[in-house]
Design a protein around this ligand. Sequence first.
Ligand code: 1GP
Length: 252
Amino acid sequence: MKIYNKIAENCANGKKMLAVLIDPDKYVGERLVRFLENINAAQPDFIFVGGSLTFEPTEKTIDTIKRHTDIPVILFPGNVNQFSGNADALLLLSLISGRNAEYLINQAVTAAPAIYHSKIETIPVGYMLIDSGAKTSVEYISNTAPIPADKTDIALATALAGEMLGNKIIYLEAGSGAKNHVPLPMISALKKHLSVPIIVGGGIRTAETLQAVFAAGADIIVMGNALEENPELLLSLRALNATLPANSSTAE
Ligand code: 1GP
C-alpha cells in the first residue's frame, strides 16, 4: 500500500502515528546502527530523514537505514541536494507560511526532473513554520518569518489555502530543538477545519507533551532531538502511543 494511503487510512481510523527524525549529520556509522536497534524495538510508524543543512550525504544514511530496518523511510529534505530516490516516499515541501519563492516553489522546480525519473512516491506538503520563542535553523536558512504563535487565525487561513491548493498534508513546524512546540489551541483549530492529515514537529520532548499534542489533533508527531539525547525514550513513547484512544481530540 502506498504510504500516503496508509497515512490517510490511519487518520480516518483515528490512529495516531509517530515518526522518528534522523538527521544524517547526527547519526553516523555505529551511532546510526545502534539507534536503528532502538527503532526496531520500538517500531515507530515512520523514519523521516533530513535536516535544514546537512554535510553527510542523505543517500548513504538512507542506504544504512534500509539495510537495518523495514520501517518506511520518508525523505524530509531541507533542500534539493538532499534528494534521494531510494527512500520509500518524499515529502515535497512548499513553505507556505513564508514569502520566499525559493522555498515556496523553486526548490521543487529544481528537484522535479530527478523526482520524475526516480518514480518515488511524492506527497505534496504545505509546510508551515510557527514561532517557537527563539530563532531556529529552518527560520534562518529559509529566510522566512514564522507565523506568530498567538496568530491562530493566520495559521488557519494559511493551512486552508495550503489544502485548497492541493497539498495532501499540512506540516506544523516549530523547528528542530525548538524552545516551545506548536501551541495546542492552534493545532486544535486546524484539526477542526482541515480534512488532510496534520503533522506536528519541533520541541516535543516528553511523553506528556506527545500525548497533549496528539490530543489537540496532530495525526503524526515527529521527534528528533529528544531521542538523540535519550534513545530509550522511544520505547516508552511507543508503549504510550499504542494506548492512545482513537479520535482523542479534546483540546480547544
Ligand atoms: C521535525 O523539526 C522537527 O519537524 C524535529 O524537532 O528535533 O525538536 O524533535 P525536534
